[in-house]
Design a protein around this ligand. Structure first.
Ligand SMILES: Cc1ncc(COP(=O)(O)O)c(C=O)c1O
Length: 403
């Protein structure tokens, strides 16, 4: 697969910023023209409301939205598109489960000590409002997932395991299939926060047998403002919608409401049609590339970048050291510098765009007394030349500013 050729599809690479080294993909990726064209097609050709009006423009919207739902379902190995709920982002999808599932006081949820706030805050809110017990699996110094510890925790009675599938700081993925099996053997459900996995590796929710899976479109070539919740049909039936309104209900009277079956029951109000259609175009683009190839490409780049920094005494890479465990994510610090300074200088001197700070995983950093890290994250349009520029820039910063 000639990944370099893909740049022709991404307008930023023919703009005045064409020499940019965009490595903030774990936050948000660039979008190809195919996605923007699909979104503009909605605004230009059928800018109507789906699922309600009966004229031909509205019918086209409904068809396009359902086509996007089918594509997303296929992309994650789901054979029933009605198990795909469109939300506004991954955060909303995770909240939908944390707050919509009929938990009872004293039920326990198991997470890790490295959750993004989006899969941390909702559980603390539930702890405070309904008395949910929240337990975590600690990450050992190797940075790898402690499956044995996780199994021990699951055996201590857990209602739901809700964990980040691929970590946004370390890039480490958890052994989801084993976790799901262990959890199901103990009658616990599993939700995966797939914000960093769906974009980077093949996902098959049915093979994983996972109960809920959440992700965002903007981390995988799609527009911002669209997220996805996959849930097994019977479980979606049991979830309470967090928002009620038009489009999510059958006939209402002054007294009572009957919600439609999923996914409509969770999609109240006029939707982000263009965004949903753009999401369909994004997964089509990725499917054509093949997610195995995407994963290999990123890993190869990460290996090159990691090797380029490994001999620098002033640069510490966040565990694990071996790039093969980190997909396309490389987080690091330079001795004596804040991560924000590293990121600002990299932008200033070489247009190398990386992320800095605590990456919304505050408890992990605070508990270890680290004030954050810089993070480079690779995607399909990044090249070996990007890696070289990134490595040269970080070496220059370390040589010049490290104390
Ligand atoms: C692991 C992880 N989970 C959840 C989120 C939240 O995604 P969103 O902001 O799209 O809701 C992110 C975003 O960076 C993430 O990396």
């Amino acid at each position: 697969m000639a990944f370099e050729k893909l740049r022709e599809d991404f307008p930023l690479y023919s703009s005045e910023d064409k020499d940019i080294v965009y490595l903030d993909n774990a936050c948000q990726t660039l979008r190809p023209r195919q996605v923007m064209e699909a979104m503009n097609e909605y605004y230009n050709e059928f800018p109507a409301c789906g699922g309600r009006s009966v004229h031909h423009l509205a019918t086209k919207v409904t068809m396009k939205v359902e086509e996007a739902r089918e594509r997303v379902a296929e992309f994650i190995g789901c054979s029933d598109p009605s198990c795909i709920v469109f939300t506004k982002n991954c955060t909303e999808a995770l909240n939908l489960v944390a707050k919509g599932y009929p938990f009872r006081r004293g039920d326990a949820v198991l997470t890790t000590d490295m959750e993004h706030n989006s899969n941390h805050v909702p559980w603390l809110q539930q702890r405070d409002s309904i008395g949910l017990e929240v337990r975590t699996v600690p990450t050992p110094p190797s940075g790898l997932f402690d499956l044995e510890r996780c199994k021990e925790e699951i055996q201590k009675n857990v209602t739901m395991v809700a964990m980040v599938h691929t970590n946004n700081v370390t890039g480490v993925s958890i052994p989801a299939k084993e976790i799901v099996k262990e959890a199901h053997d103990r009658k616990a459900l599993v939700m995966l926060d797939g914000a960093q996995s769906a974009a980077h590796r093949p996902i098959d929710v049915e093979d994983l047998d996972v109960d809920f899976f959440a992700f965002s479109a903007h981390k995988m070539l799609g527009p911002s403002g669209v997220g996805v919740l996959y849930g097994k049909g019977a479980l979606l039936e049991r979830l309470r919608p967090l928002i009620g309104g038009g489009g999510s209900v059958g006939l209402t009277d002054y007294e009572k409401v009957t919600f439609l079956p999923p996914p409509e029951k969770f999609e109240a109000g006029l939707m982000n049609y263009s965004g949903v259609i753009g999401t369909g175009a994004a997964v089509k683009y990725l499917s054509e590339l093949g997610m195995e190839a995407v994963c290999e490409h990123e890993s190869e780049l990460n290996k090159t970048a990691t090797e380029g920094l490994q001999d620098l005494a002033s640069v510490s890479i966040l565990a694990p050291q071996d790039a093969r465990h980190r997909d396309g994510i490389l987080s690091f610090n330079i001795r004596g510098m804040t991560s924000h300074d590293v990121a600002m200088i990299a932008d200033e001197v070489a247009k190398v765009e990386i992320r800095s700070g605590m990456h919304c995983v505050h408890p992990f950093f605070l508990s270890r007394g680290i004030d954050g890290c810089a993070r480079a994250s690779f995607y399909i349009y990044n090249t070996k030349e990007d890696c070289r520029k990134f490595v040269d820039t970080i070496r220059f910063i370390a040589d010049t500013f490290s104390r």
